[in-house]
Design a protein around this ligand. Structure first.
Ligand code: I3P
Length: 106
């Protein structure tokens, strides 16, 4: 699946806050147990990931609704096996839940 989500990097590793903590609206692509980010669909077509970032490997990742995050609605949290954590913001409940399910089963 693919589409736009807001993304915020929360932790870089266990108990280590991410340095860039701002929200970005990114074109997200979920394929082959990896999540890759692009500035937009055109950059996906060109094969140019956002800021040259490596895809996130979803093996052994944990994904759940970000119940503690109160500043936005429709946010889920992704914790990777390396301890890094990301927040993702869907435009509505339905979009958030479909990504949550997709990422959880990846
Ligand atoms: C961050 C930006 C984020 C904010 C984060 C700030 O500043 O305002 O929106 O997260 O707060 O550090 P900047 O863009 O200058 O890097 P929230 O929207 O969740 O508050 P945080 O460091 O408390 O996470």
């Amino acid at each position: 699946m693919e589409g736009y989500l807001g993304r915020k990097h929360d932790l870089e590793g266990p108990n280590k806050k991410a340095s860039n903590r701002s929200w970005n609206n990114l074109y997200c692509v979920l394929r082959n147990s990896e999540l890759t980010f692009y500035k937009d669909a055109k950059n996906l077509a060109l094969g140019v990931p956002y800021h040259g970032e490596e895809p996130l490997a979803l093996r052994h990742a944990i994904c759940e609704i970000a119940a503690n995050y109160k500043k936005k609605k429709h946010v889920f949290k992704l914790r990777l096996s390396n301890g890094s954590e990301w927040l993702f913001h869907g435009k509505d409940e339905e979009e958030m839940l479909s990504w949550l399910q997709g990422v959880s089963t990846a």
